[in-house]
Design a protein around this ligand. Structure first.
Ligand code: BEZ
Length: 249
């Protein structure tokens, strides 16, 4: 599969994603000397904060372009599929920000994280929860269906569970969930909705024929304008985060 991520475009249109990671970083509370896996590390901006806290960090991400960005920052990082983690009892914590919603086989991910952790290790993460980008998802879904007949295209690519669903999955894999919460976070975006869709919905748009992508992007953005763009032209994305802290057996 081609890499739908582009580090330069991400820097311009999605830097806010790592900037908003302070809350989940605080839940992790990394300690000097801990060995931490950053799952879905992207271009490594938040990974660097873990390193600055004195942790020994390995970053993994499925995107070669994002990993190239992380390695350029001097971060120890490599390409890996979060559904097929291959570590065994070696990390004090697994951390993840804004990545788990791209992993549509969550039980495989959770099992890999469980295997990667030492007994008592922490799994602390934040990602899109139930209702996340609901307006954006509905607009994309509707426009894609009109042009291609494909139903619910975004739902094949994004996993946005409720706290109860995700907690059940974690507990089934032997985790104890210390805290889990949905956090509504309407988020001003730096550009317009077209740029957001091109950057952050790239894998959804990639599921349709190339010539149609810009048509679908523009029609979805037009549908969303009344709900998500104010009279001064400022766009806000309807984010809802799911944040949790769980401990391995
Ligand atoms: C999110 O961080 O919630 C998100 C990012 C890209 C697409 C959809 C959701």
């Amino acid at each position: 599969m081609t890499d739908q991520w582009n580090a330069d475009r991400y820097e311009k249109n999605a830097r806010f994603v790592s900037e908003l990671g302070q809350g989940v970083f605080n839940w992790l509370n990394p300690k000097a000397g801990e060995r931490i896996l950053d799952l879905g590390c992207g271009d490594g901006v938040l990974t660097q904060k873990l390193i600055d806290a004195g942790a020994h960090v390995l970053g993994v991400d499925s995107s070669p372009d994002m990993i190239a960005g992380a390695v350029t920052r001097g971060i120890n990082a490599h390409v890996a599929d979060g559904h097929a983690l291959d570590f065994s009892g070696e990390f004090d914590a697994v951390f993840s920000n804004a990545a788990l919603h791209w992993m549509t086989r969550p039980d495989d991910v959770i099992q890999g994280v469980s295997n990667a952790l030492k007994p008592g290790g922490r799994f602390v993460a934040e990602f899109g929860g139930h209702g996340n980008v609901a307006a954006i998802r509905t607009a994309l879904s509707s426009v894609i269906r009109t042009h291609t007949g494909i139903r619910n295209a975004p739902d094949k690519i994004w996993y946005f569970p409720s706290p109860a669903e995700h907690q059940t999955r974690l507990e089934s894999a032997g985790f104890t969930v210390n805290r889990i919460a949905l956090i509504p976070r309407p988020t001003p975006i730096p550009g317009d909705m077209g740029a957001w869709l091109d950057t952050l919905a790239a894998p959804v748009l990639a599921s349709v024929d190339g010539a149609l992508r810009s048509v679908i992007r523009d029609e979805a953005a037009a549908l969303l304008r009344p709900a998500l763009c104010d009279s001064d032209g400022n766009w806000t994305a309807d984010y809802i985060r799911l944040r949790f802290e769980a401990v391995a057996l």
